[in-house]
Design a protein around this ligand. Structure first.
Ligand code: SAM
Length: 202
């Protein structure tokens, strides 16, 4: 069957891209997390979708694959990565509505005039809560806020954290506390990849 052959060849090329990214020290979502994103977008069909920290577009591939008429916006601080993402996505999905902005999401988001149905956060861990705060007023009802790396290699469960990781661990913990306790949100945590949270804006 053609679909299955396509699936296998996609699986193989995604594996190669992930391996080459990891060799080049470019962090990417795990395949499980990618497939989760792919499924969520397949089911939800958001009108507007934002990715904070699109890197070289590996996660974007999964996010955009099943997006039908909706629009995708990716932001990344690293110009080279962002340019690579733009090329990668336009060559694989020329028909999709995708745009990319280079810069700091915390400066760019306040200037956006769009309201989003899905936001995927995969940027600097110590800033997770700030990303949420900056996007809060630009979320539609029932919007999903999905965050990767919320378990940070299980470091958030440790009693002792090395100084090098402290800002990231504290940032993730502040984010987890907020999304767990906020009356605005309903949240679940999944132990896939490096830990994923999915919050729904009530
Ligand atoms: C984990 S990588 C993203 C990986 C990508 N989502 C993937 O799986 O292919 C994190 C990215 O966040 C970007 N980043 C960090 N802080 C940022 C900020 N304040 N605004 C925008 N991008 C940021 C980094 O440049 C980096 O490319």
């Amino acid at each position: 069957m053609k679909e299955l052959e396509n699936f296998l060849s996609e699986k193989e090329s995604l594996k190669k891209i992930a391996e080459s990214s990891i060799n080049n020290k470019v962090p990417v979502v795990s395949n499980d997390v990618g497939r989760l994103l792919e499924t969520i977008i397949f089911l939800k069909q958001p009108e507007n979708l934002l990715e904070i920290g699109c890197g070289e577009g590996y996660s974007t591939y999964y996010i955009i694959k099943n997006l039908e008429s909706g629009s995708y916006l990716g932001i990344d601080l690293n110009k080279k990565r962002l340019e690579k993402a733009e090329k990668f996505i336009s060559s694989n999905f020329p028909e999709k509505k995708a745009s990319f902005i280079h810069g700091n999401a915390l400066k760019i988001i306040p200037e956006l005039n769009t309201c989003f149905d899905v936001v995927f956060i995969d940027a600097a861990k110590y800033e997770y809560l700030r990303y949420f705060e900056s996007i809060r007023k630009k979320l539609n009802k029932n919007a999903l806020i999905i965050a990767d790396n919320v378990f940070f290699n299980e470091k958030i469960f440790l009693n002792y954290v090395k100084e090098h990781d402290r800002n990231s661990v504290n940032g993730i913990k502040d984010f987890i506390r907020f999304i767990s306790e906020s009356n605005l949100l309903k949240t679940i945590f999944l132990d896939i990849g490096d830990g994923v949270s999915i919050s729904i804006l009530k």
